[in-house]
Design a protein around this ligand. Structure first.
Ligand SMILES: Cc1cc2nc3c(=O)[nH]c(=O)nc-3n(C[C@H](O)[C@H](O)[C@H](O)COP(=O)(O)O)c2cc1C
Length: 348
């Protein structure tokens, strides 16, 4: 019955509290983290991930839980989406539950305190797990102009050159005034030319929408392969309302993007397509509807090297992260694999 946005904010605040003191950090680790398995440890583009389960972008918008998430068992995490200018969020309600569909509707519209304020905080911090800075374009009218939008992305990108482990360029937020102009190959090309010109050794991922057709994906994949792009985060939230995964028992507002089990099949299709089409040259972080080890394993077998989640953790609780790791090891062993990388793309 409690407003889900207040629950979200409460969870983040509790995470900050747990991460602030040695005894609470010890207790969290005791409660949630599972023994590390060498079967799940991977070094990808020079970055070591103790396990492939990450916290997806949007849970920790202002990068306040980086001390606690490693102790919950995450192998990496995204912070943000961060935008060059602060944004207080779209007017009205931002979150709805869809319990029968096991999903959420999200309409924050990239609420965050802005790149400069977030980078100032993170500069003094060290991280126990890889951290991706998820960058989006400020949600305001001016950045609807493509050139201004590109400058906005580039400003945030520069702000984090010395902070974090890799970048996620979010071009697929469904709740902004501009729509998703960087899904157009020509605009994406211009954006990536601008980012290529900023020197960095960090891996760069592009986060895309589950609502793209295969033809649109072809255009995006071809452009990505011409630039400094290491891979894709598949996927963001869906805008679609015609999906059979939406239970008629749930209220679905006309605004907002949908997560969880509603987006899962679209995501899985996209992971397989990107893996096949890029012949494994683009790394894939699979995210959408992971509620169990079986869900995670399916995405790996379709082509994802790393995984992320939010909605599963909200519905099932934070112990899910360790349960997935333990389950993944069992599933890999059952199929005769000795390392997670051997299963990547095996079904595609
Ligand atoms: C509360 C909430 C806020 C989100 N905000 C962002 C965001 O700011 N940036 C972003 O790239 N994705 C955002 N997302 C999308 C998630 O990162 C993820 O792609 C999507 O929810 C599918 O994963 P899930 O089914 O495990 O939640 C958000 C999702 C949720 C649930």
């Amino acid at each position: 019955m409690i407003d889900p946005e207040r629950v979200h904010e409460g969870m983040v605040r509790f995470g900050v509290f747990l991460g602030s003191f040695a005894p609470t950090r010890w207790f969290t680790s005791l409660m949630f983290s599972s023994p590390k398995s060498s079967m799940l440890r991977q070094t990808i583009r020079g970055v070591t991930f103790e396990n492939p389960i990450g916290l997806s972008g949007g849970f920790d918008k202002n990068a306040v839980t980086t001390q606690i998430m490693p102790l919950v068992g995450f192998g990496f995490m995204e912070v943000g989406s961060v935008t060059a200018r602060a944004y207080e969020g779209n007017p009205g309600k931002h979150l709805w539950r869809m319990p029968a569909s096991r999903a959420l509707v999200i309409n924050y519209g990239l609420k965050n305190i802005g790149a400069a304020a977030i980078s100032r905080k993170l500069k003094r911090r060290s991280f126990a797990i890889p951290v991706s800075i998820n960058i989006a374009k400020t949600n305001c009218r001016e950045t609807n102009e493509v050139a201004i939008g590109i400058a906005d992305y580039a400003e945030s990108f520069r702000e984090f050159l010395d902070i974090g482990t890799f970048f996620t360029i979010n071009i697929s937020c469904p709740n902004v005034t501009s729509g998703q102009p960087f899904h157009e190959p020509e605009n994406l090309n211009r954006l990536l030319i601008a980012l290529d010109a900023i020197a960095t050794d960090k891996p760069v991922f592009i986060k895309i929408s589950p609502d793209l057709t295969h033809e649109q994906l072809d255009g995006i994949i071809d452009i990505a392969l011409e630039h400094r792009v290491d891979g894709f985060v598949c996927t963001n939230l869906t805008k679609r309302r015609d999906l059979s995964t939406i239970s008629p028992k749930d209220f679905v507002p006309g605004i907002g993007g949908i997560s969880g089990k509603v987006v899962e099949a679209l995501t899985d299709d996209q992971i397989a397509y990107v893996y096949r089409r890029s012949q494994g040259r683009l790394l894939i972080i699979g995210v959408g509807g992971i509620f169990s080890a079986e869900d995670a394993y399916r995405k790996i077998r379709l082509g994802a090297s790393l995984l992320e989640l939010i909605t599963g953790m909200i519905y099932q609780g934070p112990q899910l992260i360790s349960e997935i790791q333990l389950g993944l090891v069992q599933l890999l062993e059952k199929d005769g694999f000795t390392h997670v990388s051997q299963a990547v793309g095996i079904d595609t």
